[in-house]
Write a protein that binds this ligand. Structure first.
Ligand code: BES
Ligand code: ZN
Length: 835
């Protein structure tokens, strides 16, 4: 194949085997693509004639029936783990996608793709069996090449999610083989594997775009491969796509040439050595913008032509975040490019494919006039999250999905750091971490006691059974709890130890897979070095007391004498339909940061046995909300603490007060601190008592100013909450009138000049008090095309006070209006994201 000559040579010796690959691969490519009639013929026989959808081109052919060539057998069994007999070194994958609407004139191959993969592999154990993941692919041909000649195949069985290849003779341990598979499949419609993400352009015409989503176990839907994270290998990609489209993959394009009149053949630089779930490719007619990072990495953002003007913020943020992460993590981003793509159809919010990060529609674009600050923040967070994965996940990967928290926990820990950098450090990262991440962690496991089906509970490190769906473990535990536990570990070992330990963990394990013990080892090394072994701490046993069991502890604090308090840990459990604090089987190692009446922060470990603190009229635990537990103070003690809070709260940090307020609501103790709550003027624990009009003025004047972003967001959230309980028509009337000048068939996002930051509230209030406006809102919803505006409409129902969730506050039976309002406010403060 001509293009191969221009590919950089593999890092390993250009041995005969490699030359042999080129020859075989070349021959195969020539055979298939020079003679598409053969393939066409097979397809014609098995495909029904294409149907035409709309004026454009034929789309959605009926699914292919399974075809069986060469006497391969099929059976419906599945495999859970691959036997560790063969390990891939390098994949050479060629994909041809038959996408209508561009250079390719749709025929029976419309909306299908054809693939050929050569997998250069090492034999780990002598065997005559090869197992390979492949699912819902029509396998046309399988071949195994030994070091010198093709191996004789005894049997090929196509199972439901894998291929089993039996050879006539055993393969020798440590020898190299090449597995060749030729296949085709329909482009999928379920946002998995290689799938269709067709969009409608400005002129109302459908335009085909196709993209991949492999995590956690969908790579096998796009290519036969060793689809487990520990089988890291290099991917050499070649994509054949219609003229008029552009293709992207993990690494940069080497070359594009015309191919077979209607197509282009694009070859790509080798990917870094990586897991199959990170493989990505994308074909579209999208537009892009680009810039460079400090280190010269070319960063591009791709979007539909219509949306590209809104991608500036994402591009600038990505560059700042990469620069920051390169500094903090101490390992350079390993490729010369990063592409970020916003696609129409997407299952999750975003996916961290190495070098080709994909985002759901509305998760990357930001327009100051059309989008509000919540979206601006969300876009920055989601970018930072996916970019953190380029190190935590892509470079260093968990051994298996049972430790997915090593991926998602670190990405969640660093997403706010990255977002803050993008916002010139005006986000007040720590407060948001507490309000969003830590608070979610405390709620998730607590609520899972009531709703075990919606919120499956599992330890951070868990066991996977064959019947489990890996997707369910991308949970509040793997994200928010893991991030909160990591943040607690960082506090205990110290930031400098943590940062150094992580840098070594990344450096020593790059391009490898890890278990959590590897993390503790590096943290321990840094800890011992920085503390000269003086302070002893067993990081592994501390960490494991959190990672190996479900739930988090509750510390009960009891006043046992005038100047003595006792601490003991319990756990929430469901007993007789109520939630109780019960003794736990195994204790957590709880780092207790506490303040006595003198105010200084002190430290002790609380393990299985109770601890007594002397010389304390009162204690406040979990100072700065640095650890993941709740505190229940007994009534006598709570009375003293609440008096202190009500009279003079200056000895407590805003984060400590937040913890006190939050825990008190869980134990129905918050009424005691209402005096304090009314007076509180800081932003984190409770909403300040600023006047509504004043807040509104601040929002209207400053919403576009990054320097004021934190304050404006909080003011806005408070207004939204207050408007649930009082008539806010006077403050939004002017904007309602402005919007009413837009007709019912107009896209309001295009027509209205009301700033986006204010629109959601205008819809909410207007709909409630103005019948004419309500009708218009319903019509606008139907014609709106912009994702962010649709989100505003969909959130309208959140504008009225909701039935109070009795469950979430445990045994609460009665509360007054004031507290209900307060709860609503707290909930709003905690609200995150756009989903
Ligand atoms: N790796 C995930 C996406 C994913 C999750 C793929 C589950 C397959 C199964 C990605 O990094 C992620 O966590 N995305 C979040 C973003 C958010 C936390 C900012 C998402 O999609 O919600
Ligand atoms: Zn993630």
């Amino acid at each position: 194949m001509e293009t191969d000559a221009e590919k950089p040579k593999p890092t390993e010796n250009s041995n005969t085997l490699y030359r042999l690959f080129l020859v075989i691969f070349g021959l195969i490519i020539i055979f298939i693509f020079a003679a598409p009639q053969e393939f066409d013929k097979i397809l014609k026989e098995i495909l029904p004639p294409s149907t035409t959808d709309g004026p454009g081109f034929p789309i959605s052919p009926k699914p292919h029936p399974k075809i069986l060539a060469n006497g391969y057998k099929t059976d419906d069994s599945t495999i859970f783990r691959l036997p560790n007999l063969i390990s891939p070194i390098e994949y050479e994958l060629t994909i041809q996608a038959f996408l209508p609407g561009f250079g390719y004139q749709a025929d029976s191959r419309n909306m299908t793709f054809e693939g050929e993969v050569l997998i250069k592999s090492e034999v780990l154990e002598s065997t005559n069996q090869i197992f390979l993941h492949a699912q819902e692919l029509n396998i046309l041909q399988v071949k195994i090449m030994g070091e010198e000649k093709a191996e004789e195949l005894q049997e090929v069985i196509i199972h439901r999610n894998y291929i089993e290849i039996k050879l006539a003779k055993d393969l020798e341990r440590s020898s190299k083989i090449t597995i060749f598979v030729k296949y085709f499949a329909k482009l999928r419609n379920d946002s998995k594997g290689f799938y269709d993400t067709t969009y409608i352009d400005e002129n109302g015409q459908p335009r085909v775009a196709v993209v991949t989503q492999m995590e956690p176990d969908s790579a096998r839907l796009a290519v036969p491969c060793f689809d487990e994270p520990a089988y890291k290998a290099v991917w050499k990609m070649t994509i054949i796509h219609p003229i008029g489209t552009q293709s992207l993959s993990n690494n940069d394009l080497i070359d594009t040439k015309e191919y077979d009149n209607e197509f282009l053949i694009s070859t790509f630089l080798d990917s870094p050595k990586m897991s199959s779930y990170l493989l990505a490719f994308f074909i579209s007619d999208f537009a892009h913008i680009q810039t460079y990072t400090r280190a010269g990495i070319r960063v591009r953002v791709w979007a539909r032509a219509e949306e590209i003007k809104n991608m500036e913020m994402a591009l600038i943020s990505a560059v700042k975040i990469i620069d920051k992460f390169e500094d903090d993590f101490g390992v350079a981003y390993p490729m010369t490019k990063l592409d970020m793509v916003e696609v129409k159809v997407f299952e999750a919010g975003a996916m961290e494919n190495w070098g080709l990060v994909t985002y759901r529609d509305g998760c990357l674009g930001y327009n100051e006039k059309l989008d509000n600050l919540r979206r601006k923040r969300f876009v920055r967070i989601i970018i930072a999250h996916e970019l953190a994965h380029q190190w935590f996940g892509n470079l260093v990967t968990m051994e298996f999905w049972t430790r997915i928290w090593l991926n998602e926990g670190f990405a969640t820990l660093f997403e706010l750091t990255g977002a803050d950098v993008a916002a010139k450090m005006n986000y007040n990262e720590r407060n948001h971490f507490l309000l969003e991440v830590q608070n979610d962690a405390l709620r998730y496991e607590y609520l899972s006691l009531f709703q075990p089906i919606d919120l499956p509970n599992h330890p951070m490190t868990f066991e996977l059974k064959k019947s489990d769906k890996i997707g369910t473990f991308f949970s509040g535990i793997s994200y928010q709890k893991a991030a909160s536990v990591l943040s607690m570990i960082r506090k205990v070992v110290g930031k400098s130890v943590f940062d150094e330990g992580l840098r070594n963990y990344l450096k020593e394990n790059q391009y490898k897979n890890v278990v959590d013990e590897e993390l503790y080892k590096h943290l321990q090394k840094s800890y011992d070095r920085q503390n000269n072994q003086v302070e002893s701490l067993n990081i592994e046993s501390f960490a494991k007391s959190w990672t190996t069991k479900t739930m988090f502890p509750v510390v009960f604090v009891k006043k046992i004498a005038e100047d003595q308090v006792a601490l003991k840990q319990f756990v929430f459990a469901k007993q007789n339909e109520t939630i109780q604090m019960v003794d736990m089987e195994e204790a957590w190692d709880i780092p207790i940061y506490y303040q006595r009446e003198l105010g200084k922060t002190e430290f002790l470990w609380l393990k299985k046995d109770h601890v007594i603190i002397e010389n304390a009229k009162f204690v406040v635990l979990n100072v700065d909300s640095d650890a993941l537990y709740r505190v229940r103070y007994d009534d006598a003690l709570w009375q003293i603490i609440s008096e202190q809070l009500n009279q003079d709260d200056s000895m407590f940090s805003v984060q400590t007060k937040y913890r006190l307020v939050s825990d008190s609501t869980v134990f129905n103790q918050e009424l005691a601190i209402v005096e304090y709550l009314k007076r509180e003027t800081e932003k984190l624990p409770i909403i300040p008592i600023k006047k509504l009009e004043e807040r509104w003025k601040n929002v209207v004047e400053n919403y576009a100013n990054d320097e004021k972003i934190h304050e404006v967001e909080l003011d806005y959230n408070t207004i939204v909450t207050q408007c649930k309980f009082q008539n806010c028509l006077p403050i939004v009337q002017k904007f309602i009138d402005q919007m009413k000048t837009c007709g019912p068939t107009q896209q309001i996002s295009q027509c209205s000049t009301v700033p986006a930051q204010l629109r959601e509230l205008v819809y909410c209030v207007g709909k409630k008090y103005d019948v004419e406006f309500k009708e218009l809102v319903e019509k606008w919803r139907l014609v709106e095309r912009r994702a962010s505006e649709v989100y505003y409409f969909d959130r309208i129902e959140k504008c009225s006070p909701k039935e109070y969730e009795r469950k979430s506050a445990g045994a609460r039976t009665k509360h007054n209006f004031e507290m209900e309002q307060y709860e609503e406010m707290m909930k709003e403060l905690r609200y995150r994201g756009i989903h």
